[in-house]
Design a protein around this ligand. Sequence first.
Ligand code: HEM
Ligand code: HEM
Length: 188
Amino acid sequence: MGFTNSVTGYGIVTKTLHWLVVLGFVNQYVIAKIMTSIEGNEFALGFSQGSLYNWHKSIGLVILTIVVIRYTWRKTTRLPDWSAGLADWEKKLIHWYERMLYWAMFLMPLSGYLFVESGGFGVQFFGVTRLPTFLPRNETLAWLGHTIHIITGYAIVVFLTLHIGLVIKHQIWDKDRVLQRMLPFSKQ
Ligand code: HEM
Ligand code: HEM
């Protein structure tokens, strides 16, 4: 496996960026679920609701940076050819949901950031330093950010169900090793 993508497969950079974002998103959903359902006092391992919020916001901004790099990488390097076993309707579906996933990867952190900035909450970056505030307090913008954050959060579940569903279909049903195309250290 090379550094960059080749005609036949993804390179290590694409794979690393793909799985870093997956890890980041899993973390975000788990933390969001916990932080929005507990009360202010100690949660576990020294975390309080406040520190979980900070963790969620800080990791979210790190994910945004990774997504910018990932999108730039995708736009400036070649993609491998389609996996041979894909039907035309599957290619159209993939085309559509990959575009939606990229939109969602940007919208999720940006809307969260808009919400906390215009809501006057700010970001205590990893509990170390308070990030400068760029936006004045604005109830409408805060509402907009919050609403986009929640709606996009649900939309991602739909896109990922299609994405993971198709991978599982090819793995189990068509047996054409699509998953191996994205796994690190796998021969395709
Ligand atoms: C990068 C990926 C991100 C993902 C996948 C994500 C996901 C989520 C989810 C699923 C929720 C729960 C929404 C609900 O109540 O149903 C949530 C809540 C929240 N997120 Fe994010 N988030 C991300 C980034 C950010 C960022 C960058 C910030 C701020 C800088 C942020 C701030 C918040 C806040 C403040 C809440 C709580 C909203 C409330 O109390 O109702 N998020 N996030
Ligand atoms: C946050 C969750 C995920 C996002 C945002 C995501 C997004 C994407 C995107 C945009 C691509 C196209 C290549 C690229 O631009 O990097 C891709 C490819 C791929 N993903 Fe995911 N993915 C996620 C989770 C998963 C999971 C959990 C699996 C495993 C079941 C998976 C398996 C694959 C495979 C096998 C490919 C290569 C498909 C091919 O071109 O043959 N993804 N993913």
